[in-house]
Write a protein that binds this ligand. Structure first.
Ligand code: ZN
Length: 238
């Protein structure tokens, strides 16, 4: 069973207003609940816990980490970011959600600014599945609508994804690469765009399906441990 740690900054939802109404127990609680219902072994971690809830022990026991942050990216301590990065290179999956595009961990793994256009006016988004045979598209329609959301538009300053699974269109005419697959070291990384804190995006069945598929896809594989350095004893030598 895939062990998932759902990480959330968990600030907006405690500040009251719309975010607190839509996610009264935090975005992490909603995500953890639908992953738990689908049979994953789920725990949560948040920014204000010691070590942001991401101790060596927690990360060792995590197959896939999901990441949601927005207003406090700078408060994530660099040593924790480095710890997560090392685990990804070692094979842990990472699913970065929405405003996590600006998280330290995503920017470090991508090596680019990860900047984009945005506009928060509750516009409609239509998400298109552009790679229907990909495991993250399993059970997902050719296209589906997010009725009200924040717009993200291109250019999205990330490296070209190894596979682009979803692309979005917005009412204003902007488009966006919404579902991007990467590998870093032995680990798999998936970026998924939908999910602003003031809209019930993570309550939507299509979104839950994609996040669950991404967690399944990103899990570690039992591959060999590579060796490095001078090869003194090559396999073809007697
Ligand atoms: Zn947002």
């Amino acid at each position: 069973m895939t062990a998932v740690t759902v990480w959330n900054e968990y600030r907006h939802e405690r500040e009251g207003g719309r975010a607190a109404e839509v996610y009264p127990d935090g975005i992490h609680a909603t995500i953890a609940e639908f992953l738990d219902e689908r049979g994953f072994d789920v725990r949560t971690a948040t920014l204000d816990e010691p070590e942001h809830g991401l101790t060596e022990e927690v990360l060792e026991g995590t197959d896939v980490l999901t990441w949601w942050g927005h207003e406090a990216h700078d408060e994530v301590r660099d040593e924790v970011v480095e710890r997560v990065r090392e685990r990804v290179l070692d094979g842990m999956g990472l699913v970065v959600l929405h405003s996590g595009h600006f998280s330290k961990i995503f920017r470090r793994l991508m090596g680019t600014t990860c900047d984009l256009k945005w506009r928060d006016e509750g516009e409609t988004e239509r998400v298109w599945t552009v790679e229907p045979g990909h495991p993250i598209a399993d059970g997902v329609a050719e296209s589906f609508e997010v009725p009200e959301t924040e717009m993200y538009g291109e250019r999205f300053d990330v490296p070209a994804p190894e596979t682009l699974v979803f692309a979005s269109w917005f009412e204003g005419g902007e488009v966006f690469r919404s579902g991007c697959c990467y590998r870093r070291g032995a680990g798999r990384v998936f970026y998924f765009r939908p999910g602003h804190e003031t809209y019930p995006v993570y309550h939507q069945p299509e979104i839950q399906q994609v996040v669950a598929n991404a967690v399944s896809w990103a899990g570690p594989v039992d591959g060999p441990t590579p060796s490095f350095g001078r090869s003194a004893d090559p396999p073809e030598r007697e």
